[in-house]
Unconditional design. Sequence first.
Length: 351
Amino acid sequence: MTATPTDRPLDAQRRSLLGGAALALLAGPLGAVGGIAPAFAAAPRKTVAAGPAAWGALKQIDAGVLRVSYAELGPRDGTPVLLLHGWPYDIHTYAEVAPILAGQGYRVIVPSLRGYGATAFLSADTPRNGQQAALAVDAIALLDALGIESAIFGGCDWGARTAGIMAALWPQRCKGLVSVSGYLIGNQHAGQAPLSPKAELQWWYQFYFATERGERGYAQNRDEFARLIWELASPQWRFDDATFARSAAAFDNPDHVAIVIHNYRWRLGLAQGEARFDALEAQLAKAPNIVVPTITLEGDANGAPHPPADAYARKFAGKYQHRELKGGIGHNLPQEAPQAFAQAIVDVTRL
């Protein structure tokens, strides 16, 4: 399922997300895996206003343990592109990216993750599990249900981690990877290591979610909480109320709070995963290299914890390029700089 890794484990969720000395040991010469590209200027962005849904009515399909709600644009015989969102975002992360790609002949699939939108568990008995392997298996099951053998993967936040896991463990399913903030595969053991106080401060919400008070607080204040994260993670992104409300509707999913809380508690080793994912997590704990063609992207105004590019470059052992976007681009890069993200999807198989 994946090549035997040669590098020691990398905790890209915590130790590597903060940069600094903990990342220095992991940074290798960029020439070994591809160069850092010149900075790309994103198109000037004014206040972002919500428009009509780019994809019209959403579709549903049973895949694995879920009935997945997803958008699909473009010709069915086009090159498939799977775009994965993160937290606290939804499929509208790709509201502009998807039609750009569909207009160029790609078949674009944008699913709501477990716990978001209309995606629902098929059984009430299935654990509401947010661990990283579970989300990756969900995405593979969706490809299987749609009859898609391989696709270009693109992701941001949780979606970047999921896309990276899929590319690492099932490279035969991945034509190319576009990942915001690079290599985000992590493991529980590395998540136990303390960071500097300043670094820990950036993960305040993770520790809040570790408490019962935090779980209740998130359940009671989902919209307010999500909006705060948007503002902190993308301090120069000017989105209007309608744009936020369009995405916030996805958090009304009855399993949303349970999935989010479990995701962050699992990272800290405070919640168990499912035994059926143990073998996959053991592979991920070895920080496997990603061998498929990859473009990583980073905005110049990302307010969320994220690693510097030279810390993860050597994890991409195939054709590789990194692009820095200028112009006040924050964490939700595909929605803030849709043209640049779409261009990376087009370019990744041409490296």
